[in-house]
Design a protein around this ligand. Structure first.
Ligand code: GNR
Ligand code: NI
Length: 177
């Protein structure tokens, strides 16, 4: 198992629409293992393939509390089949937008169909943190980030901040080299 690098804003790959998984094979299982290693190292509660640079429709999650038994969950080709009218708001963060947190309003309850790692079709009705996290991760598969759900003013501020930081890092590297 290997911790992979998490790609961050302003990396354009975060805007890619990921491709459906065609076959659940050894390479997908290896990707999932590495994603868990990466998630636990971060640490975070969910991760989409594209965050480690792989544009496949796979997400992983572990909502267990610190020090509790781990509860790894894998969702292959997840699709929202129903979303409640009722909304709920949660303070979100993203490993690809480090150290930025903002309230995001989303449907409070969603039904999601997906395949498990054995290729078995499943459906879950999710509420609370699971609903939030599933929607956040499925957004990643469609090139959408949580900052797309906040005001343009806040989004532009954070986008510019990360673009500037990347530019500075690049010029610093040149001096070091
Ligand atoms: O670790 C994460 N925490 C989190 C908190 C609130 C709402 C969503 C998330 S997902 C995030 C990890 C991540 O960036 N997944 O894509
Ligand atoms: Ni994220």
């Amino acid at each position: 198992m290997t911790v992979r690098e998490i790609i961050k804003l302003p990396d354009k790959r975060l805007r890619l629409v990921s491709e459906p998984v065609k076959r659940i094979d050894a390479s997908l299982r290896k990707l999932v293992e590495d994603m868990f290693e990466t998630l636990y190292a971060a640490p975070g509660i969910g991760l989409a393939g594209i965050q480690v640079g792989v544009a496949k429709r796979v997400i992983i999650m572990d909502l267990s509390k610190k020090d509790d038994t781990r509860k790894p969950e894998v969702f292959v080709n997840p699709e929202i089949t129903w979303a409640s009218e009722e909304k709920s708001s949660y303070e979100e963060g993203c490993l690809s937008i480090p150290e930025y947190y903002e309230e995001v309003e989303r449907p409070a309850v969603v039904k999601v169909k997906y395949l498990d790692l054995e290729g078995k079709a499943r459906e879950v009705e999710a509420s609370g943190l699971l609903a939030t996290c599933l929607q956040h991760e499925i957004d990643h598969l469609n090139g959408i980030l949580f900052i797309d759900h906040i005001s343009k003013l806040k989004r532009d501020r954070i986008t510019k901040k990360f673009a500037k930081a990347a530019k500075t890092a690049k010029s610093t590297k040149k001096v070091e080299a």
